[in-house]
Design a protein around this ligand. Structure first.
Ligand code: FAD
Ligand code: FES
Ligand code: FES
Length: 453
């Protein structure tokens, strides 16, 4: 495997499933810190730059969840690779605002903020989103936010006519070697091939396990399964598309409010790595993307060798962690109808970010002549599989939206589910949550219902 680590090309025979954090620290790069080793704290954050159309796109990624095989042909930047002779303006802002005490989390914050300034796709995102995956237990977030705002104000005045990286190098936010990286990356690109093995998409589910060794990893995002595209009839989402790309995709946001619906799925660094395919195939009953796409009545395209088949997403789940998938079969894409529908997504978790749901639910429908048509309701955390609530949907078809109809729909939904007591709540609490989430879907549409339910 070849990749660029800060200024130098590295070559290694280590296992492609070794966690990048462990590789870096073993090789003396101590600016990356090990906090949780579970993608929760941001202490291990690095920039990963990928060559796309002659440009390098940088993202902040948790190196504890990142297998080495996923950085092949890419540029990995740790805090050491960002350092200049003097502090850069982002580092200086953190010092000036008192944003660093023990300093354990500080490199991760600097890396996350630099990613925000380097990646033009994030320009319209609030700067707080850039650091939603970083935890600091001692300084207090206000000083860090002040530093972020102050750096943001300064950076806004730069001249970006020659591109962001060039502007940041000229203003001494980045060392000048960044300008040579595109040419260096071109020399180490290889064309990966699809073969049999253990499929790894984002790795945020598989690599939450420490010291996991996968003998035959196949990295799906590198194989072109990560595209999002549309034709007149359908929107297609490649199974290895990451959740952040889905969240901000033009195709989906033209039809729905996907950018805001999916904003509380994990945190930006995890969303940039985790994929929709992994969310579905790990078969968690509360996968947010699974619940979202169930309510859009998605089809899925499956590939086994040369054989292809298409099934409904709702028919994939056969029992707890049991899927209608042959050994070696790949989930290739999801597709939904390219048509406007009303769509609501609700999630209740103990924390706003970095937390999986206690219960989540999505609902989509068309609404014509005061009647509901083609309703699709899903719910997570209320049974052994992500649930498509078939009987409730049948009941809602062709109904007017009244308080009685919504109450009856919630009653039927309650009869379809089988939640259990666990760390996320008692079965009774989850039943109550689903009812409230169903009410919430309808109250968003008809606010007057709020007083009647
Ligand atoms: C800190 C943290 C926060 C999280 N927060 C959330 C959250 O808010 N909401 C949520 O839903 N989840 C959350 N998760 C869970 C996880 O990130 C998601 O489920 C994610 O979508 C998994 O995708 P992945 O690509 O990383 O999966 P991977 O780890 O790459 O793969 C998971 C499984 O799916 C298989 N697989 C992957 N893609 C395919 C494919 N195309 N075809 C066949 N098999 C495939 C793999 O072989 C593996 O068995 C969180 C995880 C962490 C670590
Ligand atoms: S060590 Fe905590 S996110 Fe990686
Ligand atoms: S400075 Fe101490 S945890 Fe962040």
């Amino acid at each position: 495997m070849k990749f660029i680590l800060n200024r130098e090309i590295m070559e290694t025979n280590e296992s492609p499933s070794l966690h990048t954090l462990d590789f870096l620290r073993k090789n003396g790069i101590k600016g990356v810190k090990e906090g949780c080793h579970e993608g929760d704290c941001g202490a291990c954050m690095v920039l990963v730059g990928e060559l796309k159309d002659d440009k390098v796109i940088y993202k902040a990624i948790n190196s504890c969840m990142l297998p080495l095989g996923k950085i092949t042909g890419k540029h990995v930047v740790t805090i050491e690779g960002l350092n200049l002779e003097k502090l850069n303006p982002v580092q200086q802002a953190i010092v000036d605002e008192g944003g660093s005490q023990c300093g354990f989390c500080t490199p991760g914050f600097v890396v996350a903020l630099m990613a925000y300034f380097m990646n033009e796709n994030l320009i319209n995102t609030d700067i707080i989103t850039a650091i939603e995956g970083n935890i600091c237990r001692c300084t207090g977030y206000k000083s860090i936010l002040r530093a972020a705002d102050s750096a943001n104000r300064k950076i806004a005045t730069l001249d970006y006519s020659k591109g962001r990286i060039s502007a940041l190098v000229s203003a001494e936010y980045l060392p000048s070697y960044f300008l040579e990286i595109p040419e260096m990356l071109k020399k180490i690109q290889i064309q990966p091939k699809l073969k049999k093995g253990t499929y790894i998409a984002g790795g945020t589910d598989l690599f939450v396990h420490r010291n996991i060794v996968i003998q035959d990893p196949v990295f799906l995002s590198e194989l072109g399964f990560d595209k999002i595209w549309s034709d007149d009839n359908y929107i297609f989402v490649g199974a290895a598309a990451d959740i952040e790309s889905i969240r901000i995709s033009n195709e989906l946001n033209t039809l729905f409010d996907t950018a805001s619906h999916l904003s509380n799925v994990s945190s930006l660094p995890i969303r940039q790595q985790a994929t929709i395919g992994g969310n579905v195939v790990n078969a968690s009953p509360i996968g947010d993307l699974t619940i979202y796409f169930l309510a859009l009545d998605a089809d899925i395209g499956l590939l086994l060798g040369e054989e292809r088949r298409i099934i409904k997403l709702k028919d994939l789940f056969k029992g707890y962690k049991i899927l209608d998938l042959e050994d070696g079969e790949i989930l290739e894409w999801f597709r939904i109808k390219n048509e406007k529908r009303i769509l609501s997504f609700e999630k209740v978790a103990k924390r706003m970010h970095m937390d999986i749901a206690s219960v989540n639910s999505a609902f989509s429908m068309k609404y014509k002549d005061n009647k509901i048509t083609e309703p699709h309701l899903s719910g997570g955390g209320i049974g052994p599989i992500p649930m498509y609530l078939e009987k409730t949907c049948q009941y809602l078809e062709d109904k007017e939206i009244t308080a009685d109809v919504v109450k009856e729909a919630a009653r039927i939904a309650d009869s379809e589910i089988s939640p259990i007591d666990d760390v996320r709540g008692t079965a009774r609490y989850k039943r109550l949550l689903l009812r409230q989430l169903i009410y919430a879907h309808f109250v968003k549409l008809v606010p007057e219902l709020e007083d009647l339910l």
